[in-house]
Design a protein around this ligand. Sequence first.
Ligand code: SF4
Length: 263
Amino acid sequence: MEKRVFTSPVFGPIHSRRLGSSLGINLMPASRKVCNFNCIYCECGWNPEPLQQGKKEGSLMPGRDTVALALEEKLRMLAKEGKAPDAITFSGNGEPTLHPDFSGIVQDTMALKNKWSPGTKVCVLSNSANLDKKGVMEGLMLSDLRIMKIDSAIEKTLRLINNPEGGYSLERTVSLLKRFGGDFTLQTLFLTGSVDGKIVDNTTAQELEAWYDLAEELKPRQVMLYTLDRQTPAPGLHKCPAEKLYSIARVLKDKGTDVIIAG
Ligand code: SF4
């Protein structure tokens, strides 16, 4: 598959189906994905082999100052051209909250956007699997928008879709998400298909029942639904049809939840 790999800490602006014109921030190493999930649909492909002994992923990640300098240069240039992106988005080659200076970098990013592009929203796309690590909650709360992934309310299905690293617990993740007091966007990718001979489908009646209950429990400010857009590392996966996404959205809207469908 063609992988999406970002070779610099600041990229774009690109058009994002979820966020409009978006300047991306990649806190992961150039050309190397780092994630504590290994999703079957990841646009960056499967996780690479671990580094050789003695080498640490963190040493390959851009430093706080490097990110701030690159971002300021880009924002200054865009301001000169009279352009303001809709969003500055932490995404890139993996899970941004794994950067050891995540919170400090979000702090710098907020200061720079206030200086150069105050109308722009700073967003973090996260898989929600790192919320108990030092500084992560703090960094997420500093940003304007937290877009937090939960692809299934049933742990067995989530494990099949996201392949979380050992130690992951959906129950624990949900209890940590509650600390946002609903001030976040719950993001879910719906798909069907099979992986290694196992059916994977987070759109069944049982899945949706559990997922609606989860949304009700978390009371997010917004729910964002989407489906596959590009080739996936695992073969045999299928998009959730648009009509199905609309019918899922309708159930939540009828309960008074703000829902958007991206894609
Ligand atoms: S959480 Fe995001 S970056 Fe990590 S494997 Fe899943 S899709 Fe890829």
